[in-house]
Design a protein around this ligand. Structure first.
Ligand code: AMP
Length: 384
């Protein structure tokens, strides 16, 4: 594999042209790289691409043609065809590789791997039939979360089963999940959720962005906060978990690691996303370089930069149902740094943008969170 740095004007290819691809493309262009994007249809990232290609992610010929037409290939989401990318394993333009991609595409494989490298997950069982589910429920107990092993995101493809009555009431949803490969997870009674964006380059250098506390509603990320609940000790433990994952996976680029923080302060890894992550959007303004910048540095074989938090921040998602409140947001919080991804139709629960507020202190950040406007904003998530 090459040790050459990429220089401006070389081409970075991104599989997927959603908001993550778009923000990656913007970082790459800022550094002078050219950007090509591939997606199944016209997507928001195409607006910032030098070249675009439309095709299916399972179209082996097209994906490989695209991959071989660029100097460095990456992806913006994990539900792409990892097997096709196997064909690029020994090619210089796929420095990033797909080891972690293949792990993260399958919840069961991901959790087994996390346990193998010594990281705690919730207890889990494979479920392929109704009788497997009964056995798994008797072993793990209620409440439990039934999830598809593949293609789940933003709370889709999963259902919480709280008791036997719900097991009966939710049969339709449960059946739909069991028909695919499924996993039952013990419900984790976490104190709060957290995440870290970890990065590693070809030279093996590892840098983590400051961890955040995350608020989810209905399985969707609502807000990420540089919270005072993340003590130095907790942050250190979270960074250690992220570093372990990066090292064991020989990560190239950034990766988001989502965790549950339990009442006693112990950590459970929930999920790994081998790409820039929604909980890292705050880094665009709150750090001296963003998660997207760092990903491009790693991909182009350059030294990483140690991220520094310039100001504590709160970053809040703008979903489809929030779009009618955009003007009110601009008027009520003129200090909000608003990002709109240009994704077209504002469907309920669809991520359309986010806004970040930089604070002078964690106390100020708490005040924002308690404000009526932000409380109303967060309450809108989950209503359809
Ligand atoms: P996931 O798609 O696995 O990231 O799940 C989305 C969200 O659902 C998580 O961020 C949690 O808020 C919640 N969740 C998922 N799995 C569990 C679990 N085993 N225990 C408790 N909450 C969970």
């Amino acid at each position: 594999m090459t040790n050459q740095k990429m220089m401006p004007n070389q081409m970075i290819g991104i599989l997927g042209a959603g908001q993550l691809g778009k923000m990656l493309g913007q970082s790459a262009q800022k550094m002078g790289y050219k950007v090509a994007m591939y997606d199944t249809k016209e997507a928001c990232g195409f607006g910032v691409s030098h070249q675009t290609m439309i095709g299916d992610f399972d179209d082996e010929k097209k994906v490989l043609d695209f991959a071989r037409s660029v100097d460095s290939l990456t992806y913006e989401f994990e539900n792409i065809n990892g097997q096709i990318l196997n064909r690029l394993a020994d090619e210089d333009q796929f420095l990033q590789g797909n080891f972690l991609l293949l792990k993260s595409q399958h919840r069961l494989i991901e959790k087994e791997w996390l346990n193998d490298i010594g990281l705690e997950t919730v207890p889990f069982k494979k479920v392929s039939s109704a009788s497997d589910l009964t056995t798994a429920l008797s072993e793990l107990g209620y409440p439990a979360v039934l999830k598809t092993c593949r293609f789940g995101y933003d709370g889709k493809g999963q259902v919480v089963i709280r008791n036997e009555a719900e097991l009966n009431d939710l049969q339709e949803e449960i059946q739909a999940i069991i028909e695919q490969e499924a996993i039952l997870e013990a419900f984790c009674p976490f104190k709060f959720e957290a995440s870290v964006i970890v990065s590693r380059n070809h030279a093996g250098d590892i840098e983590c962005f400051p961890p955040t506390e995350n608020i989810h509603r209905e399985g969707i990320l609502a807000a990420s906060i540089n919270s005072s609940r993340l003590t130095d000790e907790l942050k250190e433990k979270i960074v250690q978990a992220g570093t372990k994952i990066a090292k064991e996976a020989n990560l190239i680029g950034v990766c988001g690691v989502e965790l549950f923080v339990k009442e006693n302060g112990s950590l459970v890894v929930n999920e790994v996303a081998p790409r820039p992550h929604n909980t890292g959007h705050y880094t665009i303004e709150a750090c001296q370089l963003s998660q997207f910048d760092q990903h491009i540095l790693a991909l182009t074989n350059r030294p990483l930069i140690k991220p520094a938090l310039l100001k504590p921040a709160i970053s809040i998602n703008i979903l489809g149902q929030h779009m009618t409140m955009l003007e009110e947001l601009m008027d009520t919080l003129p200090e909000a740094l608003i990002h709109i991804y240009d994704k077209g139709e504002a469907k309920d629960q669809r991520k359309m943008g986010h806004f970040t507020i930089l604070c002078d202190s964690e106390d100020e950040l708490d005040e924002y969170l308690k404000s009526t406007f932000i409380a109303q904003w967060l309450d809108l998530i989950g209503e359809e």
